[in-house]
Ligand binder design. Structure first.
Ligand code: PLP
Length: 449
């Protein structure tokens, strides 16, 4: 029997991030400013340091990971690649199933892969305070910790429903020195505006982004940070896929199909983009983003220019979107409740290089519980989406007798999500298909370009 866990040594850890923009026949569409013209570096400098703006627009293939960032990465990276032997036995599948465990970081997910370099570059640029939004609290806790490592103040706008549902994520951010408020809040014009419309709103990532952007733009000492969607975030996450490629080499195997959960798209892109380069070089590998059917941006959204936030403060990006004023239902995978998708990922889906599927909430928890029983690790509800898809594929292999190699990203552990598991055990969860009428309505609200 082959290994249970394929480890890379710290010395073999990748020294560069991989930039997919270098490897395309046709460049990605420009990001547009409020005037409908391509956004300039200048227009972004109110909220981002120059180094991150350069990475946002970079076209070189490899970007070196700074030494101080590599040193912090070494606290938990390289993360192990596991072979899920026990899950395979439980499913009685001939498929070989592997997963990368990104739950090993201090914050419990892949998000510190980008939080650490974002804090580092802001420190270098002389900023002393970071603002951000968080949904489930995974990003907020990652940036609170990363800010702490570089002595930066961190102000976090946390989507109200998660603020209520995930009090321990809030405590975690506070433990690392972060300041947390429920969004919408009274602290910003964008927040007050939403509260005036509906004082009991569950909030959304789009609204929280508006608040964090407004806050950062109004203070010279502050930068805005984002845990997904932007090119530089996807870039930082490519460390995952690069490690995985080396680990598959050690295992003497190669994936036929790769699944990762998809909210804004950062962990999916981090896993998939390095493999996409392999695919361009002739390898056969299918790359599939898995999203919730209650928030189906890639599978049912419009491919159009839209804002990244609700108030329309961000530049406009060409992506799959459910409309920037979309407020998703309060499903338990808080990290997947976003109206849009990373423009790079969306454009690759549109070009047919990457595919996407949507899964219902209840079957994702079924899959997560099955996985926990087999492999021990209790996954984040977001990760359960990829696990559902991987298990379905393994079961199809059981039917067909195919011995496919399946690989999925375990984007995080679920230790702070046990309330969601409790609701699932109590039979209180619902499946929620987003109604077509609401999707059509969103089209009417898209900006004209
Ligand atoms: C944030 C998060 C996600 C979704 O975000 P992406 O940018 O799509 O990766 C998925 N899983 C976990 C554990 C998360 O924290």
């Amino acid at each position: 029997m082959s290994d249970y866990k394929i480890q890379l040594s710290e010395r073999d850890s990748p020294s560069h991030w991989y930039n997919i923009a270098a490897d395309l026949d046709k460049p990605f569409a420009a990001v547009l400013g409020g005037d409908g013209q391509p956004a300039t570096a200048d227009s972004l400098s109110a909220i981002f340091p120059d180094t991150l703006i350069e990475q946002e627009m970079a076209t070189e293939r490899w970007i070196e990971i700074p030494e101080p960032v590599r040193q912090i990465y070494q606290q938990w990276r390289p993360t192990p690649l596991h072979r899920a032997h026990r899950l395979e036995q439980l499913l009685e599948t001939p498929a070989k199933t592997y997963y990368k465990n990104e739950g090993c970081s201090a914050a419990g997910s892949h998000k510190p892969n980008s939080a650490v370099p974002q804090a580092y570059y802001n420190k270098l640029a002389g900023r002393t305070r970071l603002t951000t939004e968080t949904g489930a609290g995974q990003w907020g806790s990652s940036i609170a910790w990363a800010g702490q490592m570089f002595s930066l103040e961190v102000m976090i706008y946390m989507v109200n429903i998660s603020y209520q549902q995930k009090p321990f994520r809030r405590s975690m951010m506070q433990t690392w020195g972060g300041q947390v408020v429920a969004s919408p809040s009274e602290l910003t014009a964008a927040g007050r505006d939403q509260l005036a419309k509906d004082p009991n709103t569950s909030g959304s990532l789009g609204i929280a982004i508006s608040e964090a952007v407004e806050d950062a733009a109004s203070r010279a000492d502050s930068s805005y940070t984002l845990g997904s969607v932007l090119n530089h975030v996807l870039l930082h996450q490519t460390i995952i896929g690069q490690e995985a490629i080396k680990q598959f080499e050690i295992a003497g195997d190669y994936p036929d199909v790769i699944f990762a959960p998809c909210g804004g798209g950062s962990n999916f892109a981090g896993v998939a983009f390095p493999f996409l380069a392999d695919k361009a070089a002739g390898k056969q590998v299918e790359l599939i983003a898995v999203e919730p059917s209650s928030c189906p941006s890639l599978t049912r959204g419009h491919f159009a220019y839209d804002f990244g936030d609700t108030a329309g403060l961000t530049p406009m990006m060409l992506m799959y979107t459910l409309g920037h004023d979309f407020i998703p239902p309060g499903i338990h995978a808080g990290g997947l409740r976003y109206h849009g998708t990373a423009p790079q990922l969306a454009q690759l889906v549109e070009r047919g290089l990457i595919s996407a599927i949507a899964v219902d909430q209840i079957p994702t928890f079924e899959a997560g519980v099955l996985f926990a029983k087999a492999e021990g690790i209790i996954p984040a509800p977001e990760s359960n989406h990829a696990i559902r898809a991987a298990i379905d594929e393994a079961l199809r292999c059981k039917e067909s007798g195919e011995q496919k190699t399946i690989f999925f990203n375990l984007s995080g552990h679920g230790h702070f999500d046990m309330l969601s598991y409790d609701r699932y055990f109590a039979g209180e969860l619902e499946n929620f298909d987003y109604p077509q009428a609401a999707i059509d309505e969103a089209l009417a609200g898209l900006p004209q370009t």
